[in-house]
Write a protein that binds this ligand. Structure first.
Ligand code: SF4
Length: 214
């Protein structure tokens, strides 16, 4: 369904990937790509971001939402990358998570997408789709990540996390389109919903349950 999946966020370097991923929290990738196109033209290295300063950076990222916190994170990360890592984003999950605004998911995205180091970022889409399909049975993204890393061979981690994201955006949405889904035959949640005739009651019930974890 999603052959040769490519990241939707646009970037050319690991630092650009890091900034774009920080900005993508609670924001669409389309919006982030519009913002970073302008931002990276003005400043695409940690040194240039620091030179830009807080006020100007805030103006660039404002439309991504939560812009004060995101500005702080980007500036804080740029400062540490310059002072501690010689201007280069560290290619390590542990080291990256020490940067402000960078949690396990953000670090995994950058590791997988910019460094091509096997990692399994679990965002809300991966969390939802993997658990519905029955590939994981977990209550948190971290547990989902742990289970998927055990189940899925490492060489598939990078493309497969993107495929789950795309499926979550297009078909397996919070209110899923199971009757149109090519994975219905193989899907635990899809089969449960089919048994109940995809009834509005079941759909609503599922929607409420999924919203709690979305
Ligand atoms: Fe999601 Fe339904 Fe498809 Fe399963 S069958 S993956 S729940 S859309």
């Amino acid at each position: 369904m999603y052959p040769n999946p490519k990241p939707s966020l646009r970037f050319k370097t690991a630092f650009e990937s890091l900034v774009a991923t920080i900005l993508s929290a609670q924001c669409t990738d389309e919006r982030v790509n519009i913002v970073t196109k302008n931002l990276f033209r003005a400043a695409n290295t940690p040194q240039k971001i620091l030179a830009l300063g807080e006020k100007k950076l805030m103006r660039y990222v404002k439309s991504t939402g939560f812009y004060r916190a995101k500005t702080k994170s980007v500036l804080g990360a740029a400062k540490i990358i310059v002072e501690k890592y010689g201007g280069k984003v560290p290619a390590s999950l542990e080291e990256m998570q020490k940067l402000p605004g960078v949690g396990r998911k953000t670090a995994s995205v950058v590791l997988a997408q910019a460094f091509h180091i096997p990692a399994f970022p679990v965002d809300r889409h991966v969390f939802r789709v993997a658990n519905r399909l029955g590939l994981a049975r977990a209550k948190t993204p971290d547990d989902t990540c742990f289970q998927l890393r055990k189940t899925i061979p490492e060489k598939y981690w990078i493309p497969f996390h993107l495929q789950l994201v795309f499926h979550g955006r297009e078909t397996c949405r919070p209110n899923p389109k199971c009757n149109l889904c090519p994975l219905l035959t193989y899907c635990t949640e899809g089969q449960r919903r089919k048994k109940h005739g995809f009834s509005p009651f079941q759909a609503e019930k599922t929607k409420k349950t999924q919203n709690l974890t979305d």
